[in-house]
Design a protein around this ligand. Structure first.
Ligand code: DAH
Length: 343
């Protein structure tokens, strides 16, 4: 029977076929398993096979198909193993790394590290603290009463199933942490991330970074604070930098002020950042409220001090001409790569 012979021929062909590359494997697949494979047309010959041998013919055909499939999977395994061996051999571990893959620091880290260095030079010590806080350290100790709007669920992220645990809304919580465990003199800065439930836009985000400063000792004055902040501004923005202090209000300081640095309105970025005034608000500050000292068991009759909180993002945006705060949190490599030379 001719049809039976065809099956036999293909069977021995398959068994004898040698495959030693991915291309040959693909050719094998097309020939025996592809949509126009050479086994398919033999199925049509069923009609020429006498009835008493039809069953035998069917079994032989199905067997042929299975042999082709099994051989293909076995070959596939061998070829992929060979390829991975070859790849391993071709990696030269003695070559120097590709310089295109040099990492870079995030612009927020660059600015934050710069600020830390400035304060370390005049004796401030870095304190790092938790981002999940309780409301005593974040609000109560900092003289922010229970009914203060800052505690509103609108502004604060409370942890699920908790009325006391929250994501700190400012680094001022570190003041309370340090003052309750350390006796004056205290001279610390606390850099870190803070969170607020705010609508995300080009100018504001629900997470950002601050550096808190705190100095507590005998006879610390408002003039001491002003000199320290002027020194900071000149180191940060250049020796000719001018600052201005505007009276302000914070629950934890009395008196309180906000400090602006003169940027001008020459570029689009400075115009936008300063809302057209030329003055960039960089920090809040003030003399630590006696109530805060009392809350933390420090005698306000003996000690006084100042505190300040600096926002990092706006300075980073001004320094690197970044017009949208969201870029700082998207971790787009194309954006981050641009800072590799800024190290
Ligand atoms: N915690 C304030 C804020 O997040 C910033 C601040 C203002 C910190 C005055 C201070 C300070 O230490 O004295 O807006």
């Amino acid at each position: 029977m001719e049809a039976f012979n065809k099956i036999e021929t293909i069977l021995s062909e398959i068994e004898a076929s040698e495959v030693n590359s991915a291309e040959m494997l693909e050719a094998f697949r097309i020939k025996y398993l592809g949509t126009k494979n050479m086994i398919k047309p033999i199925f049509a010959e069923m009609k020429n096979v006498p009835n008493d041998r039809k069953k035998e013919f069917g079994l032989a055909l199905n067997n042929l198909k299975k042999v082709a499939e099994d051989k293909y999977s076995a070959l596939k395994e061998i070829i992929s193993q060979q390829e991975s061996d070859r790849e391993k051999e071709s990696i030269d571990l003695t070559l120097p790394p590709d310089s295109d893959f040099t990492g870079s620091r995030h612009p927020v880290s660059l600015v934050m590290n710069h600020m830390i260095n400035i304060f370390e030079k005049i004796g401030f010590v870095v304190e790092e603290e938790r981002e999940i806080e309780d409301d005593w350290h974040n609000f109560t100790a900092m003289n922010t009463p229970d009914d203060h709007p800052a505690r509103d669920m609108q502004d604060t992220f409370y942890l699920k199933n908790s009325v006391t645990n929250l994501l700190r809304t400012h680094t001022s919580s570190v003041q309370a942490r340090v003052m309750t465990r350390q006796e004056p003199p205290i001279r610390i800065i606390a850099p870190g991330r803070v969170y607020r439930n705010e609508t995300i836009s080009a100018r504001s985000h629900c997470q950002f970074h601050q550096i808190e400063g705190l100095y507590i000792d005998k006879d610390v004055s408002f003039a001491d604070m002003k000199q320290t902040l002027l020194y900071f501004a000149k180191e940060m923005y250049g020796p000719k930098t001018e600052i201005r202090l505007r009276p302000s209000y914070f629950p934890f300081t009395e008196p309180s002020a906000e400090v602006d640095v003169w940027m001008g309105t020459d570029t689009d970025i400075t115009y936008k950042l300063t809302k057209g005034t030329g003055w960039l608000e960089v920090l809040g500050c003030g003399m630590v409220d006696p109530k805060v000292l009392e809350n933390c068991n420090i005698d306000p009759e003996v000690y006084s001090g100042y505190a300040f909180g600096i926002g990092i993002e706006r300075s980073a945006m001004q320094k690197y001409d970044i017009s949208d705060i969201r870029l700082l949190f998207e971790n787009d490599v194309r954006f981050l790569k641009q800072f590799s030379s800024a190290l």
